[in-house]
Every structure is written in structure tokens, then in C-alpha cells.
Design a protein around this ligand. Sequence first.
Ligand code: OVV
Length: 401
Amino acid sequence: MAEMDPVAGTAPVSDLDPFSDDYIRSPYPFHQQLREAGPVVFLDKYKVHAVGRYAEVRGILEDAATFCSGAGVGLANFHKDPPWRAPSMVLETDPPDHTRNRAVISRAVSPAALRALRAGFEAEANRLVDSLLDRDSFDAVKDMGEPFPLRVFADAIGLMEDSRQHLIAYGNMVFNGMGPRNKLYDNAMENAEEVAGWVWNACQRKNLSPDGLGIRIFDAVDAGILTDEEGARLVRSFLSAGVDTTANAIANALYCFASNPDQWQALRANPDLSRAAFEEILRFESPFQTFFRTTTREVELAGVTIGADEKIMLSLGSANRDPRQWSEPDRFDISRSTAGHVGFGAGIHGCVGQMIARLELEVVLRALATRVATIEITGEPRHLLHNTLRGFEYLPVRLGS
Ligand code: OVV
């Protein structure tokens, strides 16, 4: 008889590999296998449990006391494997530290601060779309998705110019670094020290513009809530989380509309649907595909016993297409109710920058909807091979006026 795997519990064992090239390029059939295998499955390759159904994903996100973030939100358990960088003060922490640190970020991205950014974001979106309109073809990633946040978000934070070129490489490190030590991990980490050094330098108080959001973090340093090092580390969270996510969302948006021309015409007819359309893009092609949590005690989840200090993989992308939650989940429909999607996570760790992301995508979609009649894919797109994010490496498109 085969030896019982002591961490397998009673979950069905699966040989799915969410970090294989095939799965990453085309995850949706694999998501379905994950959901159908059971509410909790055991991924044999990585020796961790995984959930792909909406109810369990959401339940775990909303129970941070049982499913913590302080041991990291990637595959590695920080209690056993030390992280490659000092842990994030907000992503990779638990209350009470998390509560305190998140409040500092929340204050920096207040509604008033965001209102002040809108006009500049709009002007840049309009300028960018005008410059791309009627070009034979351009790359939605390199010519639109990446340049937009690298301009408006980096300006909003108040980042020095010469560190911006490293933000894409840094985001790749952060997000690929949440996966297993595969080739994607190793490639992303190639120039890790140099890139991380640039970014760390950019996070320092003396290098932040006096009128950006980044320097507001140091108000908490002046108030004695954080040390200087902690202030810089909290600024680092903006730069870690705020570029690749929106860059991929922009390219994914163009892909969704190019492949669903009726939805494009619906948005053109009513550009006020731009904000709702972004939520459907997040549900349908979630840039953030997977997250992990760690059990703080032995726990029973949907009838499966999971030991203490065990990692669990949450497939947000799968939850966002679970037919138990969504009708016709594989249909891209900007008029549907997307309330409850987990593209921004949920619970105490729900995306703290989501209002900036919404502002960015709203102005981009509006700029497109008011100028562009047709969005066509002009060549063979290549999906991004990435341990965490869903997007494109290359997406050739044409915008017709
Ligand atoms: C949500 C997120 C993603 C990646 C990095 C961070 C946060 C961070 O806080 O560093």
C-alpha cells in the first residue's frame, strides 16, 4: 500500500501544475479541472492545497485570522524559507502591524488626493490614444500598457525619472517571485540586486517629489509611527504592486474588446460604462491570477483537514469564472453585475490601490471609447509566461478611427 502523505488530508490529489507553460497560456480549462476536482484539492507537485471555487477563495480571503499573509503570499513559506527581500509591510504582514501600515497607505491615496490626479491622467490617456490611433499596428504591451502607468502612476507617486525604467523588471521579480523556483522565477531574478537597489533608492525620502503621494508616507515617519526604513519599505509597496498590474490590465482590456466587438460597440455607445467595463475585464482576465495564504492553525475547510502552517493556493482567476457564482462566466459582458469579483482580492488585504487602478483604467477606456471605432488584433499575440500575472508579452493591435 502506498504510504499516506501526511499533509494530503482527505483532499483529492491533483497533478495540475498552475506554473507550467500550458496552464499559464490557457488557464481556463485547467481552472475548470481544479474546481471540478473538489472544493479543496492537493497539488501533488508542490505539496500544497489549492482552492479554485469562488466560495472557498472568498471565504479564505475573508478569514485572515486563520489564513494569514505574514508567511508570504507566494508558494514559499517565510517560516521555512527566508524571503528574497525584506517582507512587504502591508502585503506580507498580519494585524496589528498590517492594520497600522495599511492605514498609512490609505491616507496617502485618499479620495481628495485621487481627485487631484484625474485631469492629468485624462490628458495623458487622450494624448497616448491619439498618438496610436490609425497606426498600422502597435504593441498593446510595450506601446500602451506599460508606458501609461510608467508615466502617470510614477508621476503620481513622485518618483525620480531615472528609476522608472527598472519598475517593470522589479514587478517581474516581485510577482514571479511568488511562484515556485522555476525558470520564470530564475529569469525574473537575473539582475535582482541591481534592480532592487535602484528601486530601494527611489523609495528614499530624499528622492521623492515633495508633491507626490509617496512622500505622504513619510508623514507617518514624522509622526513617529514608522521608522525611516519602514517608510521607504511602504513606498516600495506602491512600486511593487502598482505598475505591472495596471499595465497588464490595459493590454487585457484591448484583448477583451478586440475579441468581443459587440462589447466594444456597447462601450462606444456609452463611454460612461468605462468603470463597469473595467470590473468585467478584471473578472474575465484577472491580471492577478493566484495568491497563497498560510494556515495559522489546523483547520477544516470544506471537509478537508489542513495542518497548521500550511500553504494554500487561491486561484482568483478561477473564482472569477466559477459557474457556481457567475452565469455564463466565460462570456465577456460589460453590462453584467460584477459585484463580488475577487480581482482585487477581498477582506483586510483587498487592494488598497484599487481606486487608483480604477481611475487609470477608466480614463484609458474613456479615451479609447470616445476616439476609436474598431480594435483589431493584427498578428499572433503571445501570452505572458508568468508565475502570478495574466497578460501578454506581445499583443499587436490596430485602432481604427
Ligand atoms: C499587492 C501587492 C503585490 C505585490 C507587492 C506588494 C503588494 C507589496 O506590498 O510589496
